[in-house]
Design a protein around this ligand. Sequence first.
Ligand code: SF4
Length: 487
Amino acid sequence: MSASLKAKIAQVFDEPGCEKNQGKSEKERKKGCTKQLSPGAAAGGCAFDGAKIALQPVVDVAHLVHGPIACEGNSWDNRHSASSGSQLYRTAFTTDINELDVIYGGEKRLFKSIREVIEKYDPPAVFVYQTCVTALIGDDLEAVCQRASEKFGKPVIPVNSPGFAGPKNLGNKLGGEALLDYVIGTREPAFTTPCDINIIGEYNLVGELWQVKPLLDALGVRVLSCISGDGRYQEVASAHRAKVNMMVCSKSMINIATKMEQRWGIPYFEGSFYGIGDMSDTLRQIAQLLVRQGAPADLLERTERLIEVEEARAYQRIEQYRARLAGKRVLLITGGVKSWSVVAALQEAGLEIVGTSIKKSTREDKEKIKEIMGDDAHMIDDMTPRQMYQLLKDAKADIMLSGGRSQFVALKARMPWLDINQERHHPYAGYEGMVELVHEIDRALANPVWQQVRIAAPWGDDGETLGAVNATAAPSALAPSPAAIPA
Ligand code: SF4
């Protein structure tokens, strides 16, 4: 590992904005947050993957991967991160290095690739990603990018986060470091207002940012830059002129918020767009911080009025589902989305939470879950697929909400399942998103397919072959009969 990358990782591991990190000893801190992998378990994404995920939603730049073609994979539908304009971010650019490059070095090929991308697409900037092989053969990414930048008169940004540097989460932060080192603060916005904010760690998955933006527009709050969902290079480069930063997911790019506070004095807070109460709290915090930073004081009153109207509207729309969903039991296995936000949101719809995962939750998250669910909160630290299956099989839940990786457990148990992680197909942010989530849960529970798949196979009990529920378990005990649910 190069000395500069080592130094950068050491810097990222010392995070003043993270209580847990600061509570560690000097020696412990150097190890980062990675847990030892269990043999046989999926390892998750690499640091390169993390950096790419964090930065690819900047939609108008060309994202060029310096490495073997397999590192890039399929970039087209980057976790359903949506764009309101340019589609350039979806195109996969890679230097596709070969054996000769490994022997002689891939720097020339990289330089030529940057030239080709600029000549063909004329993007406002090129982000160049380091990968394992090109880092191991010693290609100097920073030097090539600097030369290309001078030669072509365009920002060419090195993202030095090769896969072996660590896990995906570290890659998110190293992606953030690239923005801090080469992008943020390099341009000025056309104008500024006292109500300019940045949203950090929001990737506009399935267009979720657009469920929140109209609320901010109604208050006259301008999103100067979203890092990085539906982002534009110019906006990210001028993000240092915002008055307030909002962190959407503290684990991914907290280093951007803390360093922007140190460098430009921009205060930040951590908020969530998931859940009616959380959305309202977030709007309040934005208004309070903006007023403290010099925005007109009437913003507070206008925010309260908007919250009142929007909450009433959302509850009214959720009400029609309450009778059908009341008492239905949910097993919640979240990944990146904060469990407590989703727990509160589901309780608003009358659903009962039989268990929630806290694998990626911070201490504060766990406290919040206890606050919402009481001391008997069933928090699951690390649930194996077998335990998940058992919970569903024992009819302790009517539906599982999780990421795509656990979907087959639910399907084997012949239970409804809804994707709420980053690959989800429906947006669940803001007031609108909560209504959408409740609607989707209702649709999943009422889907007549569950009645069909629970019918014993004509050739006998297939429970054993499928590893599924025992045929004697009454289907009605597992999930509602669609017939019992009004259309
Ligand atoms: S671990 Fe290395 S080789 Fe594998 S995808 Fe990540 S960067 Fe590429």
